[in-house]
Write a protein that binds this ligand. Structure first.
Ligand code: SAH
Length: 224
C-alpha cells in the first residue's frame, strides 16, 4: 500500500516511519510512504500556502491551488482516495481504518492554520477524517495516526496475524490485562489462572477481565 502525504512539514514524517512495525514493512517493500512539500506547488516568490480568510476573522486559511496541484501531481503514482485531516471530520476508528486498508493507496492532506479552503473538498472528492474531538495545531500528527492504524491492517505488515485478531476493537474479546515473566516481582504476582495451562479457564478469565475494564466514560464500547 502506498501513502502520499501533502504537508508543509515533510521532515516530520521521516523518523516516525523508520522504526518498528511500519519501518520494517517499508524496508520489506510492503508499504511506500512519501511526504510531499506543499510549498513545491506554489507559484510565487514567497512560496505562500496561506492567505487571509474571506469574510474576515482571525488566522489564515490554506490556499486551494497548491493543495489541488500537489494532489494532481501525486495522482500518477497513487490512485487511492484523498483524505483531508480535519477536527470536524468523520471519527477515525478501527472500522474506518479497516475500510481504508482495502485501498491500494491513500493521499493524505495535512491542514495548518485555520484549516483548508473548502473548495478543496469537492474538487478532490475528499473524505474528511478526524482523530478525535480535540484540536491540534496541524494535520501531521493526525496523518501519522491514520497511517499507522491503516498500515498495520495491511496483510503481512504485522508479522503475526493472531496479534491483529486479538487487538482491541477487532473482536469482542479484547483489552484484558497482560503479564509476562517474571511470575513474581517485588511481591506482585501474576494471576494464578494464567499459569494454569487451562485454556478454557484462561479464555473465560480474560473475557471477564476485559468486561470489567470498561470505564464508565466509554459506554459505547461493546460489552463482552
Ligand atoms: N480552527 C480550526 C482548527 C484548525 S487546526 C477548527 O476549529 O476546525 C489546523 C489543522 O490541524 C486542521 O486543518 C487539521 O488538518 C489539523 N487537525 C487539528 N485537529 C485535528 C484532529 N482532531 N483530527 C484531524 N486533524 C486535525
Amino acid at each position: 500500500m502506498r501513502f502520499d502525504v501533502v504537508t508543509i512539514f515533510p521532515a516530520m514524517f521521516g523518523p516516525v516511519f523508520q522504526q518498528g512495525v511500519i519501518g520494517r514493512a517499508v524496508e520489506r517493500g510492503m508499504l511506500e510512504l512519501q511526504a510531499h512539500d506543499l510549498r513545491e506547488h506554489t507559484h510565487d516568490r514567497h512560496r505562500q500556502v496561506d492567505d487571509m480568510p474571506f469574510g474576515g476573522g482571525p488566522g489564515m486559511v490554506m490556499k486551494p491551488e497548491p493543495v489541488i496541484e500537489a494532489v494532481e501531481a501525486i495522482r500518477a503514482r497513487n490512485s487511492g482516495p484523498v483524505v483531508l485531516m480535519e477536527p470536524w471530520g468523520e471519527l477515525l476508528d478501527q472500522r474506518v481504518a479497516a475500510e481504508l486498508a482495502n485501498e491500494t493507496g491513500l493521499i493524505i492532506v495535512c491542514g495548518r492554520y485555520e484549516g483548508i479552503d473548502d473548495r478543496v473538498r469537492a474538487a478532490l472528492n475528499a473524505r474528511e477524517i478526524s482523530i478525535g474531538d480535540y484540536v491540534l495545531s496541524g494535520g501531521e500528527i493526525p496523518a501519522m495516526v491514520l497511517i499507522d492504524a491503516v498500515a498495520r491492517l495491511v496483510p503481512g505488515v504485522v508479522g503475526d496475524p493472531g496479534s491483529l485478531a486479538q487487538d482491541s476493537f477487532s473482536d469482542e474479546l479484547t483489552g484484558w490485562p497482560q503479564f509476562t515473566r517474571p511470575a513474581e516481582y517485588r511481591g506482585m504476582t501474576v494471576p494464578e489462572v494464567l499459569l494454569s495451562g487451562d485454556h478454557a479457564r484462561i479464555k473465560q478469565w480474560r473475557r471477564q477481565q476485559a468486561a470489567q475494564r470498561r470505564v464508565p466514560q466509554r459506554k459505547e464500547l461493546k460489552k463482552t
